[in-house]
Design a protein around this ligand. Structure first.
Ligand code: PLP
Length: 391
């Protein structure tokens, strides 16, 4: 749970005794919502806040997004929807993934819009809605070629017509998801779009349609339909194939050097001694590891910023700490701030860049930022909320 708001504490004061923390810039988040809304035009902005809002912390980020004017939210697990309601989200919450009929009562109570994939789920939702004296909205997801979640076109059309006959149930939306949206060649989206349009044509009475993630929404105006499901771009990052608007980086990961030690030429550092000093080296110990989401694949590959300078990761990343070569940072000492993601001086590390160094993608890196990291939310340099470590 979030602490009560703490106002007017400078970030520096709040983090003085922290080994490591995440900073979430709520001004940047709101600015990205404004930029995306003006770019995307009159369609709804559906904020995808699955996986704890891509590591940024959904309990604070989702209400901030609601205040910034997003129209709806999307998550993948029903449980994520319950947590959003606990956090005070009032707008519609779409569950993009699987739900069991046994979840129907709780889902109706929380006013979640489930993706209905079976008659059993439809019947359970109908019964729960009638019991509660309300109407439950569902969306039908067509599998148009990703072959992940969803139903075949003919089955989906029949399922929608079945749902239509049930009391307390309303088919509000039709949806699909693109397989190659983030690829250099995303032309298969056109075939998926053709299949989706064919199914949707059979169900003209369903009012809402959505097919686009960040890449599709920004690259293909024709696929925006009623609303677009935006995750990554809210955080100021864009898929590699997506030329985009100037967005602001929302999240910074910082730590304080826990030790600065001398490593003589020929000596090695960290498990396996996979890196050895070629010159007299100053090694900065950074108290963050793969348990926090700082990938082990960044061993001898990643970079951090100390004093505005790039310092290479040396040796293996351990569960809770790793080393960086701070030899070229004059006077580097215990307590100095190391930036692992975000800006320091005129340089910055984006999730996209760090993910590339780690051999993965920005989504994977962000979603892996663990609950051990305190999350500090700020506006104009003033801390507004802190979510402490949790597991
Ligand atoms: C995660 C997800 C999105 C958001 O994708 P971004 O590329 O982060 O915008 C959209 N739709 C579905 C079905 C998803 O699972």
């Amino acid at each position: 749970m979030a602490h009560p708001p703490i106002t007017r504490n400078a970030l520096a004061e709040v983090t003085a005794a922290l080994n490591a923390w995440l900073e979430i810039d709520l001004d940047a988040l709101a600015a990205n919502v404004r930029t995306l809304k003006s770019l995307l035009g009159p369609v709804e902005l559906i904020a995808v806040v699955k996986a704890n809002a891509y590591g940024a912390g959904a309990s604070v980020v989702a209400p901030a997004l609601e205040a910034a004017g997003v129209d709806r939210f999307a998550v993948v697990w029903p449980h994520e929807g319950y947590l959003l309601r606990q956090a005070g989200v009032t707008r519609p919450i779409l569950v993009l993934g699987h739900a069991f009929p046994a979840d129907a009562t709780q889902a109706v109570r929380a006013r979640l819009t489930l993706t209905c994939h079976s008659r059993e789920l439809a019947a359970a939702l109908s019964a729960a809605a009638v019991d509660a004296g309300t109407t439950a909205d569902v969306h039908i997801k067509f599998d148009t070629g990703l072959h992940r979640f969803g139903v075949e076109l003919e089955d989906g059309i029949a399922l929608a017509e079945y749902c239509r006959t049930l009391p307390g149930l309303r088919v509000e939306g039709l949806t699909t998801h693109m397989a190659n949206a983030d690829e250099a060649d995303d032309s298969f989206s056109e075939e998926q779009h053709r299949r989706f349009a064919q199914a949707a044509e059979a169900l003209p009475w369903v009012p809402y349609r959505h097919t686009a993630n960040t890449a599709t929404a920004l690259r293909r105006e024709a696929f925006r339909y009623s609303g677009v499901r935006i995750g990554l771009a809210l955080h100021g990052e864009l898929p590699a194939n997506t030329p985009g608007p100037a967005l602001r980086q929302v999240l910074a990961l910082r730590a304080r050097l826990a030790r600065v030690s001398d490593v003589a030429p020929g000596e090695g550092v960290s498990y396996g001694l996979t890196w050895r000093a070629a010159r007299p080296t100053r090694a900065g110990l950074i108290p963050v590891g793969y348990a926090d989401g700082w990938r082990r694949s960044l061993s001898n590959a990643g970079e951090v910023l100390v004093g505005g300078r790039r310092c290479p990761v040396i040796g293996r990343v351990c569960m809770d700490q790793f080393l960086a070569d701070v030899t070229d940072v004059p006077g580097a000492k215990e307590g100095d701030v190391a930036t692992l993601l975000g800006a320091d001086g005129s340089d910055r590390l984006t999730a996209t860049e760090v993910a590339r160094l780690a051999g993965t993608i920005a989504w994977d890196l962000l979603a892996g930022l663990s609950g051990r990291l305190p999350r500090i939310y700020h506006r104009s340099g003033s801390v507004v909320t802190i979510v402490p470590p949790a597991w």
